[in-house]
Design a protein around this ligand. Sequence first.
Ligand SMILES: Cc1ncc(COP(=O)(O)O)c(C=O)c1O
Ligand SMILES: [Zn+2]
Length: 413
Amino acid sequence: MQFVTGLQCRECGKTYPKEPLSVCEFCFGPLEVIYDYQTIKKVLDRDIVEKRKPNMWRYSELLPLDKAPQVGSDVGFTPLIKADNLAKRLGIKKLFIKNDSVCYPTLSFKDRVVSVALSKALEFGFETVGCASTGNLANSVAANSASVGLKSYVFIPSDLETGKVIGSLIYKTEVIRINGNYDDVNRLCSEIAGKHHWGFVNINLRPFYAEGSKSHGFEIAEQLQWRAPDCIIVPMAGGSLITKIGKAFGEMERLGLISNNHCRIYGAQAAGCSPITTALKSNQDFIKPVKPQTIAKSISIGNPADGYYAIQTMQKSKGWGEDVTDDEIVSGIKVLAEDEGIFTETAGGVTVAVTKKLVQQGRIKKDDLTVISITGNGLKTQEAIENHLIKPLVINAKLSEFEKTVNTVQNVA
Ligand SMILES: Cc1ncc(COP(=O)(O)O)c(C=O)c1O
Ligand SMILES: [Zn+2]
């Protein structure tokens, strides 16, 4: 059954058919997928969702495909972990981690958006796909394209971490490194998309692609026994994920899957690339583009496409946005690993460190049921922390040497 009625401009409301389009031809506003909620309400309830397989497609009525997914049928339903140790450290009582650092198959939430985008690319008949990426998206496009035999091109800034580069090359995609930052990459890709008949997941397929992020929010509410949290902290690059989490909770309430959604949505950025939180804090809805300068490369987007909508999501939900320094990002990565056994990448360090700041500011209260969105895996950004860890001891394979070492270590401790 098909539940998408078409696309609609977020600004002027003009409607468009389901086609690979992303921008309104009248006002240049972004296009958004529109659903027939009345019909969805008749066919979707909690029992039906709970009986389905544990992956993101248990919410297929709220995802924009016309056929069964042809890509990424096992993506999603990542763990929601009760994080008591980190909660204690932060001084709050009810903390959960939504752990997309173990999302299948490429260890970031981007597998959610890419499954939708590439399934849609196949529905539209594209034979070649591409993306402009800060790393994780490239990994996911490369892997998921390989799994269905689509030809793919991924475009990345030239200074990405080795894990992100190898994490694309291995799938035999065409990796194009651009001398410049993400905004340069994105500009070039828009020009290429205008010339070649390719499915660019975050350009001409963007309205469909972005909807995949809602599944991160749907799962959180279901895993909390069908309720939205009081607070959620979400990393922001282009500002799409945070906007779609807001949309997800709103849709669930509208469909009666949850009630009383009062979730305050908080956005997290690195101080070295904080165009969205800077605009929010200075009470402007105009985003001034910046040149990124931070270790958090995955969220280094100086000119965020959905920044304006991210601000609206934070303001309307009575949330807020904060940014943190590179040192705070490193500590964020370390405390999540030490307290909860989760190794996240730099974006996760940002989110944890911003959560700490928001608790200190009194914005997140002791009794708030709080969720931190962890969206990527630390094994991909090892450069960020390798000089911040104690070097392992090296000894000869002799019991006497080990005993001496143990005594020294115990004495130091
Ligand atoms: C790990 C990680 N988290 C969060 C984001 C932010 O996503 P968005 O561009 O939807 O704000 C990205 C974007 O690339 C990412 O790689
Ligand atoms: Zn318009």
